[in-house]
Design a protein around this ligand. Structure first.
Ligand SMILES: Nc1ncnc2c1ncn2[C@@H]1O[C@H](COP(=O)(O)OP(=O)(O)OP(=O)(O)O)[C@@H](O)[C@H]1O
Length: 369
């Protein structure tokens, strides 16, 4: 195997679109020679039917043509042998959950709600896209076993992960690496597993799915205080919780239960988001369709229960375009980033990711009830 150093340098700038690592590090460059202005390169794909074949081909071609001495490119594509794939897998797959390592720099944030329909999944999808738009490396796990809506909200309702032997590569939508329990059950049927089955499924996701280095991992939890919330706290002890509510007093009371689960799981509740806070009318006035004050009330209640500071991270207006964006699979923060609701979500995303080391989630010195 010969690899010409100038070509190697150029090829090190080509990333495998799924593994997000330079192809030179993944053992994909089989040979690369340069003679009389012709670069002859052989690149090995991880699997025969690699869906990213043409992207890799184009990226390699462009990288080689950027080398001053190269006038012609002769690129051939091959496929890794089972031994080469095993070697690659060994280098990538860790048998433990990378995000539970105390040294992990990934911020893990679970999004919870007291009941369904408050916009938890819509906000999670938009928050993830807002973070990715800000240049962060974002993963999103749809753990809402009662209704896997995240792939649809992100425009990839039928996407399935790519498998390289036992390694699972998540599909990417709007710059977010997405995995959903729905991608592993036949016909996207709701899952009726409970307790240990769910725990095992989540554990497998977190271990086998290769997310690569992430800045943030968001989890869309099922509404209420179910088994998944407990599993998340056990499998990802460093994970933090955000609770979504609507402005209605009754909704805030139900949401308090979802937040106060943190007392027993030991998770930090880092804030509350109030969704559907008001509707902007054509004359410029606002209508509080679902009442007001629920977000603030929930934040106060959780502070009392948990004995830690729980800020209201923001309020998001009702916006028919947000609903339409969800139906089309293009989140509002992407399609209409200037819309008030999109700006509110982006501000919350920034508050979550650029949090100064404040009191949020830390004991206030008040005894929990
Ligand atoms: N701010 C908003 N403005 C307008 N529509 C919204 C807003 N937030 C959510 N919706 C709409 O409300 C409905 C419920 O939202 P979503 O499915 O995200 O809720 P959820 O809390 O995740 O529910 P579940 O947990 O039952 O899946 C959807 O049709 C969604 O488009």
């Amino acid at each position: 195997m010969t690899i010409e150093p100038r070509l190697l340098e150029a090829l090190s700038r080509v990333q495998d679109p799924e593994l997000r690592r330079p192809i030179t590090e993944l053992g994909m460059v089989d040979s690369a020679t340069l003679s009389n202005g012709t670069a002859k390169v052989r690149v090995l794909l991880t699997i025969a039917g690699c869906p990213m074949r043409s992207t890799i081909e184009a990226d390699v071609d462009a990288a080689l043509r950027a080398v001053a001495e190269v006038q012609h490119v002769e690129l051939t594509l091959g496929v890794m042998s089972p031994e080469q794939r095993a070697e690659l897998r060994e280098s990538l797959v860790s048998r433990s959950i990378p995000f539970s390592d105390p040294a992990s720099l990934t911020r893990v944030i679970s999004i919870a709600s007291g009941k369904g329909g408050v916009g938890k999944s819509s906000l999670t999808a938009n928050l993830a896209c807002a973070m990715a738009t800000d240049g962060l490396r974002v993963g999103l796990i749809d753990a809402d076993v009662h209704g896997f809506s995240i792939p649809g909200l992100l425009g990839i309702p039928h996407a399935s992960p790519t498998r390289v032997d036992e390694m699972i590569l998540p599909p990417v939508a709007h710059g977010v690496k997405v995995i959903s329990i729905g991608m592993f059950v036949p016909d996207n049927k709701p899952v009726i597993w409970r307790g240990p089955m769910l725990h095992r499924a989540l554990e497998q996701f977190l271990t086998d799915v290769h997310f690569g280095d992430l800045d943030v991992l968001l989890l869309d939890l099922p509404p209420g205080t179910g088994d998944i919330a407990i599993s998340v706290s056990q499998l990802l002890p460093g994970s933090e919780l955000v609770v979504i509510t609507t402005p209605q007093a009754a909704a805030a009371q139900v949401a308090e239960r979802a937040g106060s689960i943190a007392v027993s799981t030991g998770q930090k509740v880092i804030g509350v988001i109030e969704n559907m806070s008001w509707l902007q009318l054509p004359d410029g006035s606002t209508m509080e369709v679902f009442g007001s004050g629920g977000g603030m009330e929930l934040a106060h209640r959780l502070e009392l229960v948990l004995g830690t500071e729980v800020p209201l991270l923001g309020q998001v207006a009702l916006d028919p375009m947000l609903r339409a964006g969800g139906d089309k699979g293009i989140p509002l923060v992407i399609s209409h980033p200037e819309a008030p609701a999109a700006l509110q979500i982006t501000a919350i995303a920034r508050a979550l990711t650029h949090r100064p080391r404040g009191l949020a989630g830390r004991p206030l010195g008040v005894s929990p009830r």
